[in-house]
Design a protein around this ligand. Structure first.
Ligand code: ADP
Ligand code: MG
Length: 591
């Protein structure tokens, strides 16, 4: 099933505000099911088809995939079926077996609160008997391919005398597959007074003829190809060499005002890699891909919805149909090859009338792909720059200062006032604002312009800007094998200061043992030790107050879980430091 392209302008354009599912006149049991599925705003085709079908009209709907057609016909279909009476009352024809199964599943999910309602999928290439049994049990809704539906009809295992609702889904596809005659026969085998809904992405003459011959004064609904999201979401791009994408992403996420962000990546591996890299940087992130079990995916999406999670890294498949209002930013970590994929991706934001932004990372050599997307969406993308370390720090300090009044209310500031007074007395002539500025810089982890950040992100960004025609490889001077190259992607400059120890849960590291070493050998108190994230072969720990050179020396030699700690300031993974990739995701030790 493809993703939903949100409400789109229609040929008979209406300027009325978006309706809600509750306004469409659906029975309460169906409204509840739709709410369970997280649908709030009906798509354009739903908003128009549902009232017409509920009113008993035939319809012809011209709409692309991803516009939400299944609910557009499935909900009124269920409204017209009597779950208390056995026997086939509604038939949906689909071109393929996969679609038949998908549509049957979707209709079943809409029918969860209708007791006694049976949905059966019938398709070729699979034994008759189970389908026949399901039909014999009195299923009221049949979804199937035309050939198999006719087979059942001919065998007498499917009786269509009571059918009052017929749907032709993807009619043009059925015709292309040579089902024209079969479709005709099914239509002719149903009672004259049944209602018909015909959906097609295109309207060639043969489909018009079917409509003229079998439908009764149909309402025509056309949903334009281009979704309105394409025009309401601010679309931007930034030129970023491949190996610096994670670094750039970290900065973007540090300064965004969006409540929640989706980062789209192409592969499952990339989802895990980028997700873990963000977690390593202290960002509230998780990833979903085809590898993540459906139930886990749902839990993660729920956390995103409730605000327990801010960043979701996802593959296209895993994020299908995702509808979370909080998403204010979509980042395309890679530019999709298909413009349609791009449109689906950016449709995850700007939901329910909110503002949205889409940012696409494009490598210097990929810029032509943007042009082809722009040709499809007919909306130019605006080039933006990745925030500089100074901008990231500026954003952090603003947020820090915003929190200051709240902290003041909590009291116990005397200890700080006294320390500051003592400092000013000891350093006469110090400007208190200068002092506050230095303290703020330390608090946000800004070590100044001379700090060795370990990456050349800004250099690379600068060069990519100046030499847009050059290839990525030339720009990044990266000759290491791809695996190592990916590792160093995970470095982000300007993050909060964290410390890395070379012991992880593969070594059986427990948070308590690490705290023990830090307090024992390092001379810290328990309160000096902040959040600990334990990965496969290493762990990261927040020590907001920092460590003295002496303490680092002692700790570097200290052993935990039988292994030397090798503590160092975390500057991100570097080649040659071994496999430091999180193997099982972090274990939250303390926070
Ligand atoms: P189509 O048949 O037009 O290709 P589908 O009916 O398969 O589209 O719907 C595409 C996706 O959009 C599905 O995952 C579906 O659950 C989701 N969806 C449909 N309607 C809505 C809605 N109103 N709000 C949110 N998601 C929706
Ligand atoms: Mg469909």
């Amino acid at each position: 099933m493809s993703t939903l392209v949100p409400p789109a302008p229609t040929t008979d354009a209406t300027d009325t505000p978006d309706p809600r599912f509750d306004d469409l006149g659906l029975p309460a049991a169906l409204e509840r099911a739709v709410a369970d599925l997280g649908f709030v705003t009906p798509s354009a085709i739903q908003a128009q088809a549902i009232p017409a079908l509920l009113a008993g009209r035939d319809i012809v709907g011209v709409a692309q995939t991803g516009t939400g057609k299944t609910a557009a016909f499935g909900l009124p279909l269920l409204a017209s079926v009597d779950a208390g009476t056995a026997g086939v009352q509604a038939v949906v024809l689909t071109p393929t077996r996969e679609l038949a199964m998908q549509v049957a599943d979707a209709i079943s999910s809409f029918a969860t609160h209708l007791t006694g309602l049976g949905v059966v999928a019938v398709y070729g290439g699979s034994p008759f008997l189970p389908q026949q049994r399901a039909l014999a049990r009195g299923a009221q809704v049949v979804v199937g391919t035309p050939g198999r539906v006719l087979d059942h009809l001919d065998r007498g295992t499917l009786v269509m005398d009571q059918v009052r609702y017929l749907v032709l889904d993807e009619a043009d596809e059925m015709l292309r597959m040579g089902f024209a005659e079969d479709v005709d026969r099914v239509l002719s085998s149903t009672p004259d007074r049944r209602q018909v809904a015909l959906f097609s992405a295109t309207m060639p003459a043969p489909i018009r003829r079917v409509a003229e011959q079998h439908l009764h004064q149909p309402v025509e609904i056309t949903v334009a190809r281009q979704s309105s999201t394409v025009t309401t979401v601010r679309q931007t791009y930034a030129v970023v060499p491949h190996r610096h994408k994670v670094g750039a992403l970290g900065r973007v996420l540090s300064v965004t005002d969006a409540d929640a962000t989706i980062v789209f990546v192409r592969t499952r591996g990339a989802a895990e890699e980028v997700g873990s890299a963000l977690v390593e940087r202290g960002i509230s992130a998780a990833h979903i891909s085809g590898d993540v079990a459906q139930s886990d995916r749902e839990k993660i999406v729920d956390r995103l919805r409730t605000g327990a999670l801010d960043v979701l890294v996802a593959t296209d498949v895993a994020a299908r149909g995702l509808d979370v209002e909080r998403i204010g930013l979509v980042v395309n970590f890679d530019v999709p090859r298909e413009a349609e994929t791009y449109v689906h991706r950016i449709g995850r934001t700007g939901r329910a009338g909110r503002e949205g932004e889409a940012l696409s990372f494009v490598t210097p050599s990929e810029q032509s792909r943007l042009r082809s997307i722009e040709r499809t969406t007919r909306v130019p993308m605006e080039q933006v720059q990745i925030p500089s370390p100074a901008e990231v720090s500026g954003h952090r300090v603003t947020r820090l200062l915003d929190r200051a009044p709240g902290r003041a209310e909590l009291g116990r500031l005397d200890v700080y006032r006294e320390a500051i007074a003592a400092h000013l007395a000891a350093h006469p002539g110090t400007d208190p604002v200068d002092l506050l500025a230095s303290v703020a810089a330390l608090a946000v982890g800004d070590e100044g312009p001379a700090a060795r950040t370990g990456d050349d992100l800004d250099d690379a960004l600068e060069r990519a800007r100046l030499t847009p025609g050059r290839t990525e490889r030339t720009v990044s001077h990266d000759d290491r094998p791809p695996r190592e190259r990916r590792r160093s992607d995970t470095h982000i400059a300007g993050g909060p200061p964290r410390w890395r120890v070379a012991v992880g849960h593969r070594d059986g590291l427990q948070p308590g043992a690490l705290v023990g070493a830090l307090t024992g050998e390092g001379g810290l108190t328990g309160k000096d030790v902040g959040k600990i994230d334990i990965f496969g072969s290493f762990a990261l720990v927040d020590i907001p107050g920092g460590l003295t050179a002496d303490a680092v020396d002692r700790l570097a030699r200290a052993r935990v879980a039988g292994r030397p700690l090798r503590i160092r300031m975390d500057t991100g993974p570097r080649p040659g430091h071994g496999a430091s990739r999180p193997s099982h995701g972090p274990q939250r030790g303390r926070s």
